[in-house]
Design a protein around this ligand. Sequence first.
Ligand SMILES: NC(=O)c1ccc[n+]([C@@H]2O[C@H](COP(=O)([O-])OP(=O)(O)OC[C@H]3O[C@@H](n4cnc5c(N)ncnc54)[C@H](OP(=O)(O)O)[C@@H]3O)[C@@H](O)[C@H]2O)c1
Length: 220
Amino acid sequence: MPHTIALVGGTGPEGRGLALRFAMAGHRVIIGSRQADRGASVAAELAASLPSADLTGASNEAAVAEADVVVVVVPYEAHRPTLEGLRDELNGKLVVDGVVPVRFERGPRPVDVPAGSATEEAAEILPDSTVVGAFHNLAADVLLDPDRAVDADVLITGNDAEAKATVSRLAEQISGARAVDAGPLRFSRFVEGLTILLIGINGRYRAHSSVRISGLEVAR
Ligand SMILES: NC(=O)c1ccc[n+]([C@@H]2O[C@H](COP(=O)([O-])OP(=O)(O)OC[C@H]3O[C@@H](n4cnc5c(N)ncnc54)[C@H](OP(=O)(O)O)[C@@H]3O)[C@@H](O)[C@H]2O)c1
């Protein structure tokens, strides 16, 4: 079933990359921004390479209002204020959090999140939304190359089985991606932390690495 997917903070590399992949899968995609015209110009830029795509831009508020699935891809420092500002618009919606609590000081370092993880923080801020964690470990540079398979597992956390199934289907529409149920929201800290490890590996190997979980063939 095609969704209308809003990307909050969708003008950054991760939002652009996911927008491109969701549009390629046939979903209606709205790139959200603090400035509607910036959202529109980023969407137009992406749509130019994908003429059949339903890909537009808007303010974060307008994008969320139109969507049934909202993917949050802002820097961690913007996470709480952004979600608090959009709380009413996000009521009743499926919110997919892809935010990594990381700061850079001579390399990537974890930010201590009192809730345990950005995804759990989102669930605390948005009690009337269904929050799922996903897409943290997919590198923007790879997502942005439409001819490249991502060769990655998408680790999905959440407490709502139906919402996780919806996000799994979205993840598996990205070429080369496999969805893996990574457990309840309380495991989100490990998934988010993996990205910090990957950023360090990327620096040392000049790569855009991701993760694969082995040994699942029998279990799935
Ligand atoms: N880049 C990657 O490869 C990658 C991979 C995995 C996960 N992630 C995670 O995905 C998230 C987005 O990554 P990114 O590299 O795309 O980030 P980014 O470029 O730093 O930020 C994304 C967008 O967030 C908005 N934003 C920036 N500061 C803000 C603020 N103070 N308040 C509200 N909105 C603000 C901006 O959009 P407007 O100015 O248009 O509002 C910006 O274009 C991060 O949490 C990151 O850790 C990134």
